[in-house]
Design a protein around this ligand. Sequence first.
Ligand SMILES: Cc1cc2nc3c(=O)[nH]c(=O)nc-3n(C[C@H](O)[C@H](O)[C@H](O)COP(=O)(O)OP(=O)(O)OC[C@H]3O[C@@H](n4cnc5c(N)ncnc54)[C@H](O)[C@@H]3O)c2cc1C
Ligand SMILES: NC(=O)c1ccc[n+]([C@@H]2O[C@H](COP(=O)([O-])OP(=O)(O)OC[C@H]3O[C@@H](n4cnc5c(N)ncnc54)[C@H](O)[C@@H]3O)[C@@H](O)[C@H]2O)c1
Length: 476
Amino acid sequence: MNRDKDVLKPDICVIGAGSGGLSVAAAAAAFGVSVVLIERSRMGGECLNTGCVPSKALIAAARHAQSAREAHRFGVKFEAPQTDWHAVHAHIRQVIDGIAPHDSVERFTTLGVNVIEAEARFLDGRTVEGDGRLIRARRFVVATGSAPRIPDIPGLQDIPYLTNETLFEAPREIGHLLVLGGGAVGIEMGQAYRRLGAAVTLASRGELLSREDPELVVPIRMQLEAEGVSIHTYAEVSKAESGKGGRVRLVLTNGTRLDGTHLLVATGRRPVLENLGLEKAGVAYEPDGIHVARDLRTTNCRVYAIGDCVSGGERFTHAANAHAGLVIRSALFRLPVSIKPELLPRTVYATPEFAQIGLTEAQARSQGLALTVLRIPFTENDRARTGLETEGLVKLVAGPRGRILGVGITGPEAGEQIAFWSLALSRKLKLSDIAGTVLPYPTRAEAGKRAAVAYFAGAAKNPWLRRVLRMLRVFG
Ligand SMILES: Cc1cc2nc3c(=O)[nH]c(=O)nc-3n(C[C@H](O)[C@H](O)[C@H](O)COP(=O)(O)OP(=O)(O)OC[C@H]3O[C@@H](n4cnc5c(N)ncnc54)[C@H](O)[C@@H]3O)c2cc1C
Ligand SMILES: NC(=O)c1ccc[n+]([C@@H]2O[C@H](COP(=O)([O-])OP(=O)(O)OC[C@H]3O[C@@H](n4cnc5c(N)ncnc54)[C@H](O)[C@@H]3O)[C@@H](O)[C@H]2O)c1
């Protein structure tokens, strides 16, 4: 039996050292609060090892290949690009290795965090066990993330397939990639492999990025198809089977057969909750994740849940980080906090890039709000024209008196541009604030400002305003 003196009694015990867990641990330690952090696998979690970092490193390599292909449009000529898959893999590895020290056991130990490398599980509502150690913390934070959700397709388990967990683990020459799933992972990876020289066929049950504004998704689909990605939307797969020479095949319910050398399954996520003992802790959950209130507390008020393991939440690194910030304010400073999903930007790092914050037009309409919708296509933006990258648009959804309800951007560096609108929405700025801001010329950001200015275009024709102008002329 464990004696009480052998029990660790930190203020905070964090389970999972991914984006969310590391943020809580680092911030709590910075305030001098005692923290135990338990991680069963790799520090840095999904984002560093199998998610954002390797995928964006691959996308960067693919972008160079595509630039070489398109350079002739600017009067510059290169040989057709060739992919050295070992070197691409080495580049991805190097990027991960460069960031890893920031998330390492050594760094967190130096910060004052007690890192336990083990699987954690709740024994009861106040106690967690990891590597035979008992932890009775004042507050617990479950940040165990998510894993690929594998659809129940007959034959799928009998053929080799890749997920984001295996895609980056070794250099792999891909001849023809079948991608199952038309979400962020499927689109980003499908385009990247196509640009690196693979044939790519993408099949998805619904439309690409089905929850997003179709008007903003169309330019992405057009670009993917122009680059040679074969896209099958509204595709139901009836079975998966292996073909000759280790090939893979998906058979659709309409009889279409899709053949490839490799299959990437990118059909969404499931929360990682197995063996956690949540029932013993009185923490309620459902297949989609842990139930949380708006302050991220679970049904056990000592236990918070953050990041990808939360039910109904957005699954992004910046969402996990935002959750972490709220937990710090709530658990350490006892301040009332509330998640604000409407202030979380969503991005897809395809070409053209996609970013959205706040309400889409359809969401705003479904709430019965009086709307003004403003669009500026990048064909009307000088910076886009100089770089011959005019596909896409900025779309603003505004409410009464120029209140900004939502902004969507499809075009190069949309993820960078949405930062400006994130600030605007979080500070409750109005379109008049944006219209009155001076932006450098020529920039893509000007397209957003032009859309804001367009909101006031009607004012120039206002007869009352014109009468005032005539009167003012009287004064010289
Ligand atoms: C291919 C891909 C690309 C992505 N790109 C982006 C992007 O560009 N931008 C973006 O914002 N988001 C991106 N995401 C999403 C992002 O990776 C996740 O939203 C983010 O990593 C979630 O962080 P988290 O802390 O909730 O979970 P994770 O990072 O998954 O961390 C959870 C940790 O908990 C550990 N753990 C689980 N159970 C236990 C246990 N019982 N005991 C101890 N430890 C445990 C796991 O080992 C893991 O290390 C991408 C995802 C994928 C798959
Ligand atoms: N740029 C980024 O920030 C970024 C990049 C990659 C991933 N992520 C995050 O990672 C998470 C996972 O991304 P994802 O793309 O795997 O999931 P997702 O939920 O975004 O998309 C899943 C796709 O798979 C399709 N699908 C589901 N079941 C299917 C089936 N049986 N047959 C055919 N198609 C099927 C869906 O219609 C959908 O298009 C997302 O929540 C996303 O937020 C973010």
